[in-house]
Design a protein around this ligand. Structure first.
Ligand code: BT5
Length: 249
């Protein structure tokens, strides 16, 4: 660790079952817990994604939330990209598995989702919720073909603690980068981008936009080329799955 890096992982609060580690971390943040506090649960009964979506959180996954207290509350879009990069690197360090990123911060292997990130603000604090399918034995419904668990990809055994250790170390590093030199986040994110050049459908504020993804802007917004040739910048939204290669790509 160097001087620019904050400490992430003190304290670590370990729970058996809880509704959502983000809710517990939000309460702790409101109560004044120090930056770097982490909540981890074995199982969440109401795990959530963005925009009220459900996050399946059975035993075997790493479900955790980290309290951050950034001095500067702007550029949270880039912070969320930085967390995605940290998750990808942690998975590589702990399990030797290469991952890609799907804007804004799904961590994917091929077209399957391995991990997700949910950033929420609580006053001036930020709670970064991270879900990684480490050893999830079974996914129900749609997820059976859209999600993937690390234990099926890694060459050897992978434990939740090994992934957590690597994650906290990588988060400290990338949070430090976010505080000091944001352009490096873009340099790390862009080579992992799995959607650049592909035809995508983006859900944004209740409507669907279709176009060709053209990577991300310097502030982390998605650049989309619409069918009529116009360029659109999408600051917050989500890519629907089922992206396909664009003609000629
Ligand atoms: C996310 O939302 O990807 C953010 C997920 C954050 C989960 C963590 S776990 C710890 C902390 N506590 C919480 O309550 N949440 C955080 P979003 O981009 O909206 O993606 C949600 C979509 O991912 C769902 O609609 C499903 O299609 C898919 N999904 C749900 N559970 C999944 C799983 N376990 N693995 C892969 N995909 C999943």
């Amino acid at each position: 660790m160097n001087a620019a890096e904050p400490t992430i992982g003190q304290p670590i609060i370990r729970l058996g079952q809880t509704e959502s580690t983000n809710d517990v971390a939000r309460e702790l943040a409101r109560a004044g817990v120090t930056e770097g506090a982490v909540v981890v649960a074995e199982h969440q009964t109401r795990g959530r994604g963005r925009d009220g979506r459900t996050w399946a959180s059975p035993v075997g996954g790493l479900w955790c939330s980290v309290v951050l207290r950034p001095e500067d509350g702007t550029a949270l879009g880039l912070l969320s990209l930085a967390v995605g990069v940290a998750v990808g690197e942690a998975v590589q360090v702990a399990a030797g598995v290469e991952t890609g990123l799907k804007w804004p911060n799904d961590v994917v292997v091929g077209d399957r989702k391995l991990a997700g990130v949910l950033l929420e603000t609580v006053g001036r604090a930020v709670v970064a919720g991270i879900g990684i399918n480490v050893a999830v034995e079974r996914f129900d419904g749609d997820l059976a073909r859209r999600a993937v668990s690390l234990h099926t990809l890694a060459a050897g055994p992978v434990t939740r603690d090994a992934v957590l250790d690597a994650l906290l170390e990588r988060l400290a590093r990338w949070y430090g980068v976010w505080r000091t030199d944001r352009s490096r986040i873009l340099d790390a994110w862009r080579p992992r981008d799995t959607t650049a050049g592909r035809r995508v459908v983006v859900r944004v504020a209740g409507r669907s936009l279709e176009g060709i993804a053209e990577g991300i802007d310097d502030d982390g917004a998605l650049r989309l080329r619409l069918p009529d040739g116009r360029a659109e910048r999408v600051l917050a939204g989500s890519l629907e799955s089922g992206v396909s290669a664009a003609p000629g790509v």
